[in-house]
Design a protein around this ligand. Structure first.
Ligand code: TYM
Length: 332
């Protein structure tokens, strides 16, 4: 089976609907056809300041949400990034073949550093995509299911892998992004021109897996739309409605044109009411299962230990080859 790798940052208590549709939903459907590695990328999350206590809680909480959403630790390798030192070690090697200009062109870095200012922007944030490349390349990954916002990081990963291979000999598999069109980008419910993100301007625009049913339903019903009446997909002119249709389509596996037909002549209120039911029906049980799993942190940690062991075995082997190609003397 081909290898798949993906990860998410444990930088808040809850994953959001964008993470779920853009990534998790595909992770679950792909785990049986691939040798899948799913990672909680705690090393990435400290590139912006985290409270240590909170980070520990969020890391378990993120792993619990993966499992609750259907990631099966006996079917794949589920682990925490910092448990496998090879990630940081390979990142160092890759950073030495990454151009400063090349890293400076990453739009996510440009956006974030513009938001934080130079002094609050860490060097870790700058090298973030290099660590991400290390994550992927350690496992001989062929497919990386992510949202659209990660496409450029995947391009960098491919460039670094080819560069290393051509300079020092065939070592890395060149990975491909897996970004299905319908789930590629979910937008904020209050500002449907911006992607849904944990740094949302208004909490009402952000739907969280761990929110209560009532809060989720209210957020969907209060989503910003437009002053027309037609329910049809037109992201340019009807960003809000189009986003609701995308969400509906992804969660029910129904094509958007089918939904347009189904809602022909009906009002926005009908669409929102039905979609609220769909979202609550999907996320509610995941939240409840995650809460159950969190009641037994020792069992969760046991599963993560097993994952770390499986991941380490693969990652160490790659790192050894890399060190050898680079010209490091092997320790005896
Ligand atoms: P993170 O935690 O920011 O996002 C996790 C995943 O959720 C997707 N996503 C979205 N998809 C659709 N619409 C949205 N509004 C939306 N917001 C987030 C992201 O594309 C991502 O797939 N850098 C990665 C984490 C990472 C990683 C890796 C991923 C680290 N190493 C190796 C793949 C392979 C990230 O964006 O995390």
């Amino acid at each position: 089976r081909p290898v798949l790798f993906s990860g998410m940052q444990p930088s808040s208590e809850s994953l959001h609907l964008g993470n779920y549709i853009g990534a998790l939903l595909n992770w679950v459907s792909m785990q049986r056809d691939f040798t899948a590695f799913y990672c909680v990328v705690d090393l990435h999350s400290i590139t912006v300041a985290q409270d240590p206590q909170q980070l520990r809680a969020n890391t378990r909480q993120t792993a619990a949400q993966y499992i609750a959403a259907g990631i099966d630790p006996s079917e794949c390798t589920l682990f925490i990034q910092s448990h496998v030192p090879a990630h940081a070690e390979l990142a160092w090697v890759l950073s030495s073949i990454t151009g400063f200009g090349e890293a400076s062109r990453m739009t996510q870095f440009k956006d974030k550093s513009a938001r934080y200012g130079t002094d609050a922007t860490s060097v870790g944030l700058f090298t973030y995509p290099v660590l991400m490349a290390a994550d992927i390349l350690l496992y001989g990954t062929e497919k990386v299911p992510v949202g659209e916002d990660q496409r450029q990081h995947l391009e960098l990963t491919r460039d670094l892998a080819s560069r290393f291979n051509s300079r020092l000999g065939q070592t890395f598999v060149i990975p491909e992004a897996h970004i299905p069109k319908a789930s590629a980008k979910i937008y904020d419910l209050q500002t449907p021109e911006a992607k849904m993100s944990k740094s949302a301007v208004s909490p009402a625009g952000l739907v969280n897996i761990m929110d209560s049913d009532a809060v989720t339903a209210k957020k969907i019903r209060s989503a910003v739309t437009d002053t027309e009446r037609e329910i049809h997909f037109d992201p340019e002119n009807k960003a809000g409605i189009s986003n609701l249709l995308s969400i509906y389509s992804s969660l029910t596996d129904t094509a958007v044109p089918t939904l347009e037909e189904q809602y022909a002549g009906r009002g926005y209120g009908d669409l929102k009411k039905d979609l609220a039911d769909v979202v609550v029906g999907t996320l509610g049980p995941i939240r409840d299962r995650a809460l159950e799993l969190l009641e037994d942190p020792a069992e969760l940690d046991r599963l993560l230990d097993i994952g770390a062991e499986k991941a380490t075995a693969v990652a160490e082997r790659t790192l050894e080859t890399v060190y050898d190609r680079v010209g490091f003397i092997r320790r005896r």
